[in-house]
Design a protein around this ligand. Sequence first.
Ligand code: FRU
Length: 563
Amino acid sequence: MKKRLLTILLSASVITAAVAQSGEQKLRNLATYFTPEKKYLVLPVKNGAPKRNIELWADGDNVRFFDMELADDKPDWYAYLDISEWKGKPVELRVDKLPVDSKAFAPIAQSDEDKNAGEVYKEKLRAQFHFSPKRGWTNDPNGMAYFNGEYHLFFQHNPYGRGWGNMTWGHAVSKDMIHWTEVGDALHPDKFGPMFSGSAIVDSFNTSGLGEPGKPAMIMFFTGARSWAQAMAYTTDGRTFHKLDKAAVPRINKDNRDPKVIWHAPTKQWVMVLYVERDGGQHSMQFLTSPDLKNWTKTSSLNGGIGDDRYLFECPEFYELPVDGNPANKKWLLTAANSDYAIGSFDGKTFTPEAERLSNQRGRDFYAAQTFNNQPEGRRIEIGWWRTHTDKDDMTFNQGMSIPLEHKLVTTPEGIRLTRLPIKELEQLRDKTYNLGKLKLKEGGKNPLESINSELAEIRTELEPGKAATITFTLRGLPVVYDVAKQQLTIDGVTAPAALQDGKLKLIIYVDRTGVELFANDGLMFMPINKNLEAANQSYSLTATGGTVKVNNLDVYALKSIW
Ligand code: FRU
């Protein structure tokens, strides 16, 4: 009874620590106690409002700290901070510079559900078959791994605003890499600083000792963006996360981040590739090895570009693949945030490039991609951050990911090259099918795509341009133009090479609300173009100029939403 009384007293107490004057507005620092009874603390957000620093203290510890555009009056949307961990115990909420008449925390609202005003995932600018967070900002995918029967996609998340900040690892799970369920933030800013990007592995042999018998741990490596150390967290159930107090790798140079960890079977050790900016703005990748994931030794380092030349700049990715599917001929691929890559060999300590600065990705704003570790069939599947123009209107979220892409290495006349193709699991989204077969496309002729009316689409075609000058797909108002003489594709001002092969051009195009992803010549060129398509326009056309195009096949699928 006594305890309850104390809780009520604490809940009611508001301590005004300081009152400051800013212009006309009277501001104060607020410190107040409340007792978590429900799952979430409801935080009202006003896009563009001044940022306030908010802290939550429990048992004398600063357990959450972040800034946010707090709505003093009517909010645009609500962010939900999970407080279930402290249920029944008084916690302290501190807010700096809160206007004296602010209604943000009067009363302190809690809720067991996270609710939007409108229906979540149906918002006007929500991509319909690409992952995006329920609320807040995202950038890089993080910690991608298959663990305990699920694909895990962590992501750089600002849970409290539509802009970059408060870097937290958001967390979504999927059985098929297509349909994602967000399950709450996994890693919050702490003494290491905000949680910058990193990777996750499954410690199947329990080299770290962090697993339990029959229950291996998934271990996550991230950069703490205050200490700039590479730190660790682990989980055995895929839902609850424990951080290790000691960093795995202390800061190497002023700017180092984004650890990618993999298992190197031939030498039976763990390998970390870490981005390190060296003196003079030299980008480099540092290789380290470890027997137990906790103790790391530097082995070698490889330089990339300098300054604005962003070859091998941040977000490393490193893996081995068979060439042309031949397991006796494997090569290693090293890449970084802008996806330019090197192919070479790796002996467990040193990566020796055989070809460098290659590029497959020629689109706009595809960045910081990462592949799943531990993929059960040994496929190499990537998801990238695909910057979208979603910071608009009453959207409660901003940014999203690409579709999942399967990587392969193939031999071409120019040498070994990476191909990216949409994963086969996307086929389940096909709804209505239009097999438009073989046809001849003449200048001024009939539009073979006339009957199609769909917001979301997948198009597969093989074209023989012959003497035509241009071939144009217009996708819900967005022209995709192939210049036959130049052997180039142009979409929304971005131009990319797409050479004819035996006089033919093969294309796969995915169309969603926030842009199109194009794959040319069996994935030798990938061109994601972010562009919000006009909601009212769901029409498609295919036209040619200057000659007749032989269309060897043309299949269009209207697609279903993943949500
Ligand atoms: C790449 C990046 C990473 C960093 C993260 C922070 O987009 O700058 O290097 O870890 O974003 O959000």
